[in-house]
Ligand binder design. Structure first.
Ligand code: HEC
Ligand code: HEC
Length: 315
């Protein structure tokens, strides 16, 4: 006959396990920090995707990042794909890499003033960087994108910030960009060849301003962020050939043009800690060189609500 284990026996066993005798380890192996060799770590790539159901989800996620506007035209309404900025399938170190992102979330985001999950961070890029609409958090597409982000974060311990993989590299100096100089560089440095003189791009070349570009609420509208992206990644055929001043001039020129509005942006950085070059008013911050904004077709779709609190509702 099966008898329930007497409570006293269990208590004795627990006491023994928690004892401070020299022979008992303070923590079991399972609780020890996983050793992680940051320098040796390499993210998995497309060729490593397994041929099973999990692999199918990872592959769909990768293709959603690469072909966002063709795959999700109702949500990605600009000419950009996720990989327009997160280049090389999100793996390129100088282009806001997504490697390890799965291990960095949930995370406090100063812009929203709250701790957000990775799915919400993905939706911030859908609504702001792609100037599109948030995708349903419980959708297969979101799950697939998260599956890919987990895949390129494999073996990175939770909470680890791998050097150089968080965000666009900070610029060493904050220089002042000059719009007229930037306009001249836009032609002389061959940007026009791919992004066109009117900045609207064509085919695989994304728009840099106008209704099909990133919204005013995207990080790329900050001169420093754009300058770093441009200096390290553009022109695509000869990255690394621009000086920091040229990159700031180009950023100033590109970000002086009209672009889609970002609903709710006036509530950003609610704690008053907006970076100096944010181009719109936020609590305690005055817009830095604000561009003209274009109305959005579906302003509601461009919002990512903070996670709602459900525990305190009165019955
Ligand atoms: C216009 C450029 C641009 C596009 C397009 C874009 N992003 Fe981003 N994304 C950024 C920038 C910039 C950051 C923040 C990096 C920083 O702060 O320096 C970022 C951050 C992220 C992060 C958080 C990374 C981390 O570890 O903190 C995720 C996840 C992300 N993007 C996913 C996406 C997805 C998915 C798409 C497509 C739906 C997308 N992004 C499209 C520019 C872009
Ligand atoms: C040979 C073609 C080519 C040239 C020249 C070029 N780009 Fe790009 N650019 C691209 C492509 C393609 C992307 C998207 C990334 C991808 O798909 O790999 C991009 C992305 C960008 C982005 C981020 C996405 C967006 O739409 O905002 C910026 C900003 C940018 N380029 C600025 C510039 C500037 C400034 C120059 C000139 C210094 C320049 N580019 C020259 C091809 C080019």
């Amino acid at each position: 006959m099966h008898l329930p284990r007497p409570a006293a026996t269990l208590a004795v066993a627990l006491l023994a396990a928690c004892g401070t005798s020299a022979s008992a380890p303070a923590v079991t192996d399972a609780h020890k920090a996983v050793s992680f060799d940051e320098a040796a770590w390499k993210p998995l790539r497309e060729a490593d995707i397994p041929n099973d159901s999990m692999g199918a989800s990872i592959r769909r996620g990768l293709y959603l990042l690469r072909y966002t506007r063709d795959s999700l035209p109702a949500y990605a309404t600009s000419s950009l794909n996720c990989t327009s900025c997160h280049q090389d399938d999100g793996l390129k170190l100088t282009a806001a890499p997504l490697t390890g992102s799965h291990a960095r979330f949930p995370k406090y985001m100063p812009r929203s003033g709250t701790v957000i999950a990775l799915a919400d961070r993905v939706n911030y890029c859908f609504t702001r960087s792609l100037a599109g609409n948030a995708i349903p958090v419980g959708s297969r597409e979101m799950t697939d994108i998260l599956a890919y982000l987990a895949f390129i974060s494999k073996d990175v311990p939770i909470g680890t910030k791998i050097a150089g993989t968080e965000g666009i590299l900070p610029m060493k100096d904050t220089l002042v960009g000059d719009v007229a100089r930037g306009e001249a560089l836009f032609t002389s440095k061959t940007c026009v060849t791919c992004h066109q003189a009117d900045g609207q791009g064509a085919g695989p070349y994304p728009a840099l301003w106008g209704p099909k570009s990133y919204s005013v609420g995207a990080s790329m509208t900050r001169h420093e962020r754009a300058a770093s992206f441009i200096m390290h990644n553009m022109p695509q055929t000869a990255p690394g050939t621009l000086t920091a001043q040229e990159a700031f001039d180009l950023a100033a020129y590109i970000n002086s043009h009209p672009r889609p509005d970002s609903p709710g942006k006036e509530l950003d950085w609610p704690k008053g800690d907006a970076p100096a070059d944010v181009p719109y008013d936020t609590p305690g911050h005055q817009a830095f060189r604000p561009p003209p904004v274009l109305p959005r077709a579906n302003p509601g779709g461009g919002l990512v609500p903070n996670p709602p609190v459900i525990g305190h509702a009165k019955r």
